[in-house]
Design a protein around this ligand. Sequence first.
Ligand SMILES: [Zn+2]
Length: 185
Amino acid sequence: MDEKVMIGDYLGTIEEFMPGTGTFAEDGKIYAAKIGFKRVDPENHTAEVHGKELAGIKLDQIVFGEVMNVKNSNVTLVVSKIQGNPGLIDERTCIYVSNIADTYVKNPEEMFAIGDIVKAKVIKMGDGLIDVSTKGDLGVVKAFCKKCREPMALSQKKEGMLECKCCKSLEKRKIAKDYGRVSDF
Ligand SMILES: [Zn+2]
């Protein structure tokens, strides 16, 4: 089984290997330039990263995943399920800020928090990289309070906001139309 690597993972030095496909060299060291599988061949002195299989994910599919990271330009989502498919997967995907909502989003941190469960659509597939979108009815289907980590419900008091069932704190998200009604989560 080939070892899975992420972008920026160290593969070896340029004295040991020729930096091949899917890699880049910096200060004499070779790193993975994409997510994939490490192919280091000591006999031919080559280091390469090959794209991985995308676990059956297809364009336009609806997927569910957990928010792992929120940055100014994008949100990292680890997809664990494809809608209509009972199997579990583990795919790192990305929601670019322009793909969050139909309207302009200035700050993704106002739309997502780490740990949120998100319903999204696969809009682009590259070499081991998947872009997903939460435009339209898609978005967060389950969220947890930033203060006490308890699950949040749609607020009855303030439309378009979530309310913590425990501490009653109100939070904003890019809320999916079927928030709280996705049975798998
Ligand atoms: Zn709370």
